[in-house]
Design a protein around this ligand. Structure first.
Ligand SMILES: [Zn+2]
Length: 142
């Protein structure tokens, strides 16, 4: 089965690219490497080949400063929390996790990788074919 990325994930990544064309992509990723494949991960294709996670490098401005990702993650989190955006299952960034399961409240992330170089976003299975625009102010939305 040929791996394919969730349409929601493709859309979100495109909005990052459109808004921050000079962003650093060194820590970007979608399909799992061997390290990811060793454990269950949304970066690993499921039985139908769907991959439901992307990593976006923290350096949106292309440099360490200005550091825009914390504010942007907050906007995504608030949109999800409001219930207006339902396609994201969880976000991990800078030592914290925000998940649909816990209504996107800020919780300490206990995994080995703190995700301080990139932001991880996982998407729900129901969003596989939903590439609608994300209404995130810092990504061209309202
Ligand atoms: Zn990731």
């Amino acid at each position: 089965m040929k791996p394919q990325l969730s349409k929601a994930a493709i859309q979100l990544r495109e909005q990052f690219d459109d808004t921050y064309p000079d962003r650093d992509r060194a820590s970007d990723g979608w399909i799992g490497d061997l390290r990811h494949a060793a454990r269950k991960s949304d970066h690993s294709p499921d039985a139908q080949g769907w991959v439901r996670a992307i990593d976006i490098d923290r350096d949106l401005s292309g440099k360490a400063k200005p550091d825009l990702m914390p504010d942007l993650v907050d906007q995504i989190r608030l949109l999800c929390k409001s219930g207006l955006e339902k396609r994201i299952s969880y976000i991990i960034f800078d030592g914290f996790i925000y998940s649909a399961k816990f209504r996107f409240i800020k919780r300490k992330y206990k995994g080995a990788n703190k995700h301080d170089k990139h932001c991880h976003v996982s998407f729900k299975k129901t969003a596989d074919n939903d590439g609608a625009f994300f209404q995130i102010p810092m990504l061209g939305g309202q």
